[in-house]
Write a protein that binds this ligand. Structure first.
Ligand code: G6P
Length: 279
């Protein structure tokens, strides 16, 4: 898989066309959007890191047994349709239609006419937006997530604010719960929050806060695999769980999107870096 590398304001962006994937965003030498050193970049396989586009289902989907995990769009051959880079601001767009995915594994579970567009904009902040339009004559529904992997200094010292009081489903304990105070990490964490608000990832080690703003996103997913699960994943170095966390803009489960013919809907997320000196 061929990477595209672009200079941006104070940093570098790497993308791949497979999956319309914003793979990495660094400011100076420090990643903001993280990718695993063990990611395989193999055709038809997901990239471990960046901002995977999960669509038209999340995980195993609502039936609970759909494959590939997180939907076929994550590994589909999206077409790059816009590439504007002036060395500071970057604007990219990819497109994917029903015709582009013919015969791909999993497409038998979603046989509708659609156009999906994925816009990436990186200046001071990085934004990713997924717009899906129903081009057919029947309604359809789908789940979606922008599965953003963020670099942190040490997950055990990270606090995520903005979710206090929100209900969530704990996928590790298979139980409903309500968040009390900030999210802190002491083990495998995999939660689907009912929350559309902005969250802040406070990182005392890298001395920065990552602001995650979302729209069209009634859910926020927070994930860290911790040590055992990381060890079991071939595309994840054993120690890397300490330096990442996923905060995902999502619309899943009971919040699946229903589109009438001709309708479209956008899910987006923006990552902004606030440093200790306030810039
Ligand atoms: O291994 P993947 O298919 O990339 O999924 C990685 C993770 O994605 C999401 O955060 C889900 O909530 C997790 O349950 C899943 O383990």
């Amino acid at each position: 898989m061929r990477p595209h590398t672009y200079p941006t304001a104070g940093g570098t962006v790497i993308t791949h066309d497979q999956g319309a994937h914003l793979t990495e965003w660094r400011l100076g030498d420090t990643p903001v959007i993280w990718v695993s050193s063990e990611s395989e970049y193999a055709e038809g396989q997901p990239i471990r890191g960046g901002v995977p586009v999960c669509w038209p289902w999340f995980g195993p989907g609502r039936p609970g047994d759909l494959t590939p995990a997180h939907g076929f769009a994550r590994v589909a051959p999206w077409r790059l349709v816009q590439e504007d880079s002036d060395g500071s601001a970057l604007r990219l767009a990819w497109e994917l239609t029903h015709a582009d995915v013919q015969g791909l594994p999993g497409t038998e579970h979603f046989v509708h006419d659609f156009t999906a567009r994925l816009h990436v904009t990186v200046e001071e902040a990085a934004s990713v937006a997924l717009t899906v339009r129903n081009d057919g004559s029947e309604p359809f529904d789908y789940e979606a997530a922008l599965h953003t992997y963020l670099q942190v200094g040490d997950i055990r010292q990270v606090e995520i604010a903005g979710l206090d009081g929100c209900d969530y489903f704990d996928k590790v304990l298979r139980a409903d719960a309500t968040q009390e105070g900030p999210v802190v990490f002491g083990g495998e964490t995999d939660r689907v929050y009912a929350s559309s608000g902005t969250v802040q990832v406070h990182d005392p080690v890298l001395r920065r806060t990552l602001m995650i703003e979302k729209s069209g996103s009634p859910n926020t997913v927070v994930w860290n695999p911790w040590a055992d699960k990381a060890r079991a994943m071939p595309d994840f170095a054993d120690h890397e769980w300490q330096q990442m966390v996923c905060v995902e803009a999502a619309t899943v489960g009971g919040h699946a999107v229903a589109l009438e013919p001709g309708q479209e809907q956008t899910l987006s997320t923006t990552v902004r870096v606030i440093t200790a000196n306030g810039s």
